[in-house]
Design a protein around this ligand. Structure first.
Ligand SMILES: [Mg+2]
Length: 213
């Protein structure tokens, strides 16, 4: 419990919040010189689901490198830039007794890059690997339904929404920001996330969130 007892948990989006990257999937696409514009459009228009979206993304990589493992993916993302203040703010939250979680449609190797030990709950998507990538994703966070993943995290920690802060940077995070007692739009990339937030922080320094807790 923090000093004034208002909040117990901070739930973070990853891409664009903990990491100074647009998308962890796009980091890998860029490495292979591919893009997923076609399947992104198909997903956004509802023609394919999250599993098929991940399958098509992974297929793009395997076209370039048929035998690819999660170890390769870790190597590709190992220099992904942290957001300024990322580790400092996570350490401060821990020191002050907060629980922390990450809820992201991004890739688990990126959480490993930040440090799994910073989080009480990690709910992100992953890649199935049996020695090499099978071509299937592991879906924990549907992009169009972050609210359900957010609720699962609260249930796991037995913490109510009134004691929770959510931090996100895009329209995908709106369900989390609306459900949390304090919604913070950080480094926002669209108007929707700003409209649903209690606080908007446009400076790329994650320590700025500490002022509002
Ligand atoms: Mg994001």
């Amino acid at each position: 419990m923090d000093v004034d007892g208002r909040y117990e948990l901070v739930v973070f989006d990853m891409d664009g919040v903990l990491l100074d990257v647009r998308s962890s999937w796009v980091l890998v696409h860029d490495h292979f010189g591919v893009n997923n514009d076609v399947s992104l459009q198909a997903y956004l228009s509802g023609d394919i689901d999250d599993e098929e979206f991940m399958r098509r993304d992974i297929a793009l990589w395997k076209e370039r490198q048929p035998s690819i493992s999660k170890r390769h993916i870790r190597e590709i993302v190992k220099d992904a830039p942290m957001m300024k203040g990322c580790k400092e703010s996570l350490r401060t939250l821990k020191k002050n007794g907060y629980k922390t979680a990450v809820v992201s449609g991004g890739l688990k190797p990126l959480v490993e890059q930040i440090g799994m030990g910073y989080f009480d709950v990690i709910m992100v998507n992953d890649l199935e690997d049996d020695g090499e990538l099978t071509g299937e994703g592991i879906l924990n966070v549907p992009l169009n339904d972050k609210g359900t993943a957010f609720h699962k995290v609260l249930e796991m920690l037995d913490i109510p929404p009134e004691s929770t802060v959510a931090v996100g940077n895009s329209f995908i995070d709106v369900p989390m920001l609306k459900k949390a007692s304090l919604g913070i739009a950080f480094n926002p990339e669209d108007q929707e996330v700003c409209d649903s937030a209690d606080v908007v922080i446009r400076e790329k320094d994650l320590c700025r969130i500490l002022e509002y807790l």
